[in-house]
Design a protein. Structure first.
Length: 100
C-alpha cells in the first residue's frame, strides 16, 4: 500500500521507551536508579514500592526489554542499573519531541 505510514526508527524507539515508562512504578524505578547513580538489587527497590515482588519483577522485565535498564546476574540475585547509553538516547528523543 502506497498510503501506508512508514515510521522512522527514532519514532519506533521513542514509542518503545514511552511504553516502558507508562507505569508509575517504572518511573519510580528509573528515578531511583538515576539518583543512586549505581546498581541495586530488586530487594533494594521492593521496600519503597507498594507492589508485590512478582509485580516488581514484571516491571523490571519491561524496563530491561526496552533497554532503559540492564541487569547483571550475581546468583542468586540480579543487579539492576540504568543503561546509560540508551538513557541518553531516550532523553534526546524526548527532548526533540517537545521542541516547539
Amino acid at each position: 500500500m502506497d498510503n501506508e505510514i512508514k515510521y522512522s526508527d527514532k519514532q519506533i524507539q521513542l514509542a518503545n521507551f514511552a511504553k516502558a515508562m507508562s507505569h508509575p512504578a517504572r518511573v519510580f524505578i528509573l528515578e531511583k536508579l538515576s539518583k543512586m547513580n549505581a546498581c541495586c538489587y530488586s530487594g533494594d527497590l521492593i521496600d519503597d514500592l507498594p507492589i508485590s515482588r512478582s509485580a516488581l519483577s514484571l516491571h523490571l522485565k519491561e524496563l530491561k526489554f526496552s533497554g532503559l535498564i540492564q541487569g547483571t546476574t550475581e546468583l542468586p540475585y540480579i543487579k539492576y542499573c540504568l543503561n546509560k547509553e540508551n538513557w541518553q538516547i531516550a532523553k534526546l528523543l524526548f527532548k526533540e519531541l517537545f521542541v516547539e
